[in-house]
Design a protein. Structure first.
Length: 100
């Protein structure tokens, strides 16, 4: 899985958008959702192309991760989530997909 060393979360988001990851995904317990396209994707319906982690400089609890995601239907976008103690509760299938 490709990994770019972005210094900031906003820099990563801007570059990914330039590279075609234009949609915003939100995490639900058992899927990811693209509200602008009224699309729900189960773990078997999307691919994690890249993962980029960021740690808060002043607060170690301020950790974020960006997933560059593509779907079998051609939709590409990003999912921004917390990791560590503030990560959202998800199903084991979603956890396996996102942590792989």
């Amino acid at each position: 899985m490709p990994y770019n060393n972005y210094p900031t979360l906003s820099g990563a988001l801007n570059d990914l958008k330039k590279r075609g990851y234009t949609e915003d995904f939100n995490l639900k317990e058992n899927c990811i959702v693209c509200a602008s396209k009224s699309l729900e994707l189960k773990p078997e319906e999307f691919y994690i192309d890249e993962v980029h982690r960021f740690e808060g400089m002043s607060n170690p609890d301020d950790n974020s991760v960006i997933y560059a995601i593509s779907s079998s239907s051609g939709v590409k976008g990003v999912l921004v989530d917390a990791y560590g103690p503030y990560a959202q509760a998800i199903t084991p299938e979603m956890a396996q997909k996102l942590r792989a």
